[in-house]
Design a protein around this ligand. Structure first.
Ligand code: AMP
Ligand code: ZN
Length: 665
């Protein structure tokens, strides 16, 4: 086989596996084999640049930076959809189109209305060419570099499909991925994203495609546009697109009457909450392409399609009080305390009002009757006020100007959506919030202490910052509420044990704004110890991969604060880890990033602990039990029979010690 043939072969195999995994949700190859093949391909492509292909599976990881997205004219306009809200609206629509077509014989396609950002993908000779946002319908932005990182979008389509075409779909962020992203943001002191849709559409405009590659975006397709038409119906075109490699949801159906359409609408009105992504309605389309052409378009939308919008589940209730929460970073969040009300299956008592602007925009006041909606089906939000029910004596809400916890005057910096309490070291929820973050599982992982214990220790004046934890004694803790000798002992030994926690986690635990787990790891690996990091100036910081201006400024700010310096010196003197362990420095890579590995049996070249360490040094995670999520099991001699069986049943690949070593070579 020539090099070129091998390259082609690897690309085809990897494409197939991307398809199986991301479109069919059914992986047929282990991550291990996939990675080996991808590595082989990367190497061959590097050595043989004459065979470069922009649509190679190696081009999915991102890295291209787009400063300005180019405006591109759509070859075929991207229309809006007319909306309908009731049975009657749909029957009216049917009447209109029956009249134009002069027949009652119309078949419909029912699709869900996926809630994300629309995208138009163009393919030339079966190859991905570009991806353009809807924009104003006539022209949009070329976001190709970002879209290419979405693994479920094929970059090459199978040869039995049309080869020159556009295909339209919705870029979505599945709910689970959205929730996970927000947890990570909050852990690093960033504001959470509002909802999956905005986050998906915001992702398309990120300048760094490597950043987009990290987000679990997906693309659901709903329309093929081509001159090489070899199908007669819309449904057929979607089925062909699905076979060609696109993710066309299996939820689409044919309906021979509006009655059947209504059955589909009814079915999904509640069932849609079980889907992994958000939907806000149904789209009904005329199936026959000839009929579609006859019907044509109005100034804004096709006559052959109509959207049915589900009513967002909304209730009204009374707002009793607006309270203000102070976060670990000092950010103030106004909260509406509501008369409890049933909404979409849960009882809602509180809803976020986000910030001062939101309160002003809605003009919400205490004692108002407000409309509450489950926005994005995740967090309830206040949509507006029922002004007809406003009490005559109501007064405009004035936003607080002092911190509700420490009475300090609040500040709002330019560009910030929220007000902040600047009293970082004197404001109780900020003080305890920092300590709670410090002890949390992903940080210092201190057993035996929970959130309430921190509140208690603080209230009793025993701790004012996280360094104080290390001075606590058993005798100080025993007299406290709900404490006994045993629990006090546990707390102290938990604190003692945290001195072994590696530097990268300590760095995360310090709670520097914008320094999340990943950034902390990067910084730890790059600077090796806290002194180097503290000495780094802005230029040095931003030269580090993935460290931008905001993070750099925040780090400098943190270390310029005398109290922080003092706390770090104290932590050092107590024996907390402030440098990377010597043996950690060599051999660290990202080769096993996101891999979850189970180790079982006895090994000949290293101990189990050494093996586990190698996994972690290379960015992998060690897990003790096998599940569907396990990437592989590294098996030594005498692997436990139950583990073996479980791995085999779940199809988790079992690799030997040598396979493993090859993987990280
Ligand atoms: P609207 O923005 O309300 O005019 O609705 C039109 C938009 O709905 C389109 O631009 C698509 O982005 C989106 N959409 C979501 N699902 C579908 C679907 N199944 N068929 C057509 N459009 C859809
Ligand atoms: Zn305060």
């Amino acid at each position: 086989m020539t090099v070129q043939q091998r390259i082609e072969q690897l690309r085809a195999v990897l494409r197939q596996h991307n398809y199986n995994y991301y479109v069919l949700d059914n992986s047929t190859i282990s991550d291990y084999e996939f990675d080996l093949k991808l590595k082989e391909l990367e190497k061959l492509e590097q050595e043989n640049p004459q065979f470069f292909d922009p649509n190679s599976p190696t081009q999915r990881v991102g890295g291209a930076i787009t400063k300005n997205f180019e405006t591109v004219q759509h070859k075929n306009r991207m229309y809006s959809l007319d909306n309908s809200y009731s049975e009657n609206d749909l029957y009216d629509w049917q009447k209109r189109i029956q009249k134009i077509l002069g027949t009652e014989n119309i078949t419909y396609v029912c699709e869900l209305k996926y809630d994300g950002a629309s995208i138009n993908l163009t393919y030339k000779n079966g190859q991905f060419e570009k991806a353009v946002t809807r924009g104003d319908g006539f022209q949009g932005d070329d976001v190709s570099a970002n879209i290419k990182t979405i693994r479920s979008i094929p970059l090459v389509v199978s040869s039995n499909f049309v080869q020159n075409f556009e295909i339209r779909g919705e870029i979505i962020l599945p709910i689970q991925g959205f929730v996970k992203m927000n947890k990570e943001r909050e852990a690093s002191g960033e504001d959470p994203y509002r909802n999956p849709r905005n986050t998906a559409s915001g992702s398309l405009k990120l300048q760094d495609s490597a950043e987009v590659a990290k987000r679990p975006l997906d693309c659901l397709l709903y329309q093929v546009v081509t001159d090489e038409q070899n199908y007669k119906t819309h449904f057929e075109s979607l089925e062909m697109a699905r076979k060609a490699g696109f993710k066309v949801p299996e939820t689409i159906v044919l309906a021979k009457s509006i009655k059947a359409v209504l059955a589909f609408i009814n079915f999904w009105s509640t069932k849609r909450h079980d889907l992994p992504y958000e939907t806000d309605g149904v789209v009904i389309k005329v199936n026959d392409i000839h009929q579609q052409e006859e019907l044509g378009y109005t100034a804004k939308s096709p006559r052959w399609a109509i959207a049915y919008k589900y009513k967002a589940e909304q209730v009204s209730t009374i707002l009793n009080e607006i309270t203000y929460q102070v976060g670990r970073t000092g950010a103030i969040t106004p909260v509406a305390n509501l008369e409890p009300v049933q909404l979409a299956g849960t009882i809602v008592k509180r809803a976020s009002l986000h910030n001062a602007d939101q309160i002003k925009k809605l003009d919400v006041r205490v004692n108002d009757t407000v409309f509450v909606e489950k926005g994005g089906e995740i967090i309830p939000k206040i949509m507006g006020v029922d002004f007809s029910k406003r009490p005559t004596n109501s007064t405009v809400t004035t936003y607080i100007n002092r911190c509700p916890e420490c009475n300090t005057i609040l500040v709002r910096k330019e560009g910030d959506a929220k007000h902040y309490c600047p009293n970082e070291f004197g404001c109780p929820p900020q003080i305890t919030g920092k300590i709670k973050h410090f002890i949390s599982r992903k940080a210092m992982n201190i057993d035996g202490i929970g959130s309430e214990t921190i509140d208690l220790l603080y209230k009793e004046g025993l701790i004012k910052n996280y360094a104080d934890l290390y001075l606590l004694t058993v005798n100080q803790i025993i007299p406290l509420e709900r404490m006994a000798e045993k629990s006090a002992q546990n707390i102290i030994s938990g604190i003692e044990k945290s001195k072994e926690i590696p530097f990268e986690k300590v760095l995360f635990a310090l709670g520097i704004r914008f320094v999340g787990e990943t950034v902390a790891k990067k910084l730890a690996r790059h600077f090796k110890n806290i002194d180097n990091l503290m000495a780094a100036d802005f230029e040095t910081l931003i030269a580090v991969d993935e460290i931008g201006d905001t993070i750099a400024e925040s780090i400098i700010d943190f270390f310029n604060t005398p109290l922080n310096k003092d706390i770090i010196n104290r932590l050092k003197s107590y024996g907390v880890q402030f440098e990377i362990a010597v043996e950690d420095i060599k051999n660290q890579t990202d080769k096993l990033l996101e891999k979850i590995i189970v180790v079982s049996g006895v090994f000949s070249k290293m101990s189990r602990n050494e093996l586990k360490k190698i996994i972690e040094d290379n960015g992998g995670k060690v897990s003790s039990s096998i599940s569907k999520k396990t990437s592989y099991v590294v098996a030594g001699d005498n692997m436990g029979p139950s583990k073996l069986e479980k791995a085999q049943n779940l199809g988790v690949p079992i690799i030997s010690e040598d396979d493993f070593l090859n993987l990280i070579k």
